[in-house]
Ligand binder design. Sequence first.
Ligand SMILES: O=C1O[C@H](COP(=O)(O)O)[C@@H](O)[C@H](O)[C@H]1O
Length: 293
Amino acid sequence: MMTCRTVKVWQLQLTSLYIAQNLFLLSLSSQYLFHSDSAFMAGRRVVVFPSSAELGPVLAHLVTSRAEKALASHGRFTLGLSGGSLVSMLSKELLALPELDCSKWVIGFCDERLVSFDDPESTYGLYKNQLFSKVNIPDSGILTIDPSLPVSECAENYTRKLKEAFPDDDIPVFDMLLLGMGPDGHTCSLFPDHPLLEETKKIVAPISDSPKPPPQRVTMTLPVVNSACCVAFVSTGGSKAPILKEVLEGREGPAFPAARVVPTNGELFWLVDDPAAASLTIQVERPGSGAKL
Ligand SMILES: O=C1O[C@H](COP(=O)(O)O)[C@@H](O)[C@H](O)[C@H]1O
């Protein structure tokens, strides 16, 4: 027989069950929020491929899909290129596409080394040999530095070229920037702990004490990088694993230059291979073969 006491005990048991259930749900949701915060910060997409062989075609498709979008909206595609390991991968993958029309592309350089174009360190020189000479990008669409100038004048001259190419923007808004990251966390020629990281006025800056040779370079500043419509980092190889973890998952102390790339209104992709991603604990995307971003 159900007594008043039994009902009270039941009520007490139900109340504690209700509280326990809610506490459980609360803890689940806070774990989820915390985890999703770090995994999907600022709309960032971290996409991991088994190797460069799988990453390369997806990169090429990402570039051409953003080119199509830009051409449909404003009749040209403005693309900023980085040097280093990106040059050969991008050139190879773009040239492998069955149809590539670059006639309305405008190319800038996220950074450039102050050496003559025939020097093996020249980013423009490498792209000219591996890509530009093989596609239909008009010379007038390639915004190069003038390496014959002293580094400060070179940066001013390149600033003028960018301003002329983007007459309507206070800060040039590139449709897409392709970035690399060095094992020290630098991107463009923005190096850890360097005063250039705090630059807010200039769109291009000279650097004459680059810790990575050659010491003289010009670089886009963070305001330009973070104004782009789409930024894609490409980072491959096991030597990038420790820094990739700190850049994507945070660290004690000041953020590395690459971690300060957070486009204000644009997309942010990190395309990495398994060796580079080896230490990551955040959620990542692992697209199947033939995937498109
Ligand atoms: O010096 C430079 O290094 C970075 C990273 O190059 P990576 O070979 O480690 O991918 C590059 O993004 C930058 O343009 C270049 O000047």
